[in-house]
Design a protein around this ligand. Structure first.
Ligand code: ZN
Length: 179
């Protein structure tokens, strides 16, 4: 995998959130859509059949369970369970012109499930240990169920995007004005 898994560069985490949102949105998460998502995030080039895609959606459900957690003890336990089942092989890699960064060697595996769950469990584990809390969540906007990675340094993030935050602010402003 070409993504950095170190917490300082949460690109792998944005992949997890986008994967979770694609899968929970349902019908579109077939092999072609998941393959395109992997390509956008520099995932490995394995061929995805429709039955791989179905397994990947089941694997993603386990990640969604973790993204829905706000209790860091429960999240750590769930991440450890994944790491036991799908051990990652952390390995420092230096790409041309870039600093050393931590990659998952288990991603050489041709098995999409092993690649997906070992890579994402390592990324979530590093992120939880760096932030000391579940720095992720589900959007608080009433008509949005998207998950996000909270990369902010101040107050915990509540919305998946500036767009949802603005929408909620405008709606509550209107409600206050009695309109
Ligand atoms: Zn949202």
């Amino acid at each position: 995998m070409t993504e950095d898994l170190a917490g300082a560069n949460p690109r792998g985490l944005h992949f997890i959130a986008e994967l979770a949102n694609t899968v929970q949105d349902g019908t579109e998460a077939g092999a072609a859509a998941l393959r395109a998502l992997l390509d956008r995030h520099g995932g490995p080039p394995f061929v995805l059949t429709e039955s791989d895609a179905r397994r990947m959606r089941e694997d993603t459900a386990r990640l969604i369970d973790i993204l829905a957690m706000s209790d860091e003890d429960r999240a750590a336990e769930a991440i450890n369970t994944l790491l036991d089942e799908y051990p990652a092989r952390p390995h420092l890699v230096r790409l041309p012109g870039r600093p050393w960064s931590l990659h998952n060697k288990a991603s050489d595996s041709a098995d999409p499930t092993h690649w997906l769950l070992s890579t994402t469990a390592l990324a979530l584990g590093l992120w939880l240990s760096e932030r000391g809390r579940c720095a992720w969540g589900q959007c608080a906007a009433p008509d949005c169920n998207h998950y996000f990675i909270d990369t902010g340094r101040r107050a915990p993030q509540r919305y998946c995007s500036p767009r949802c935050a603005t929408r909620v602010r405008v709606a509550s402003h209107r409600a206050r004005q009695g309109r």
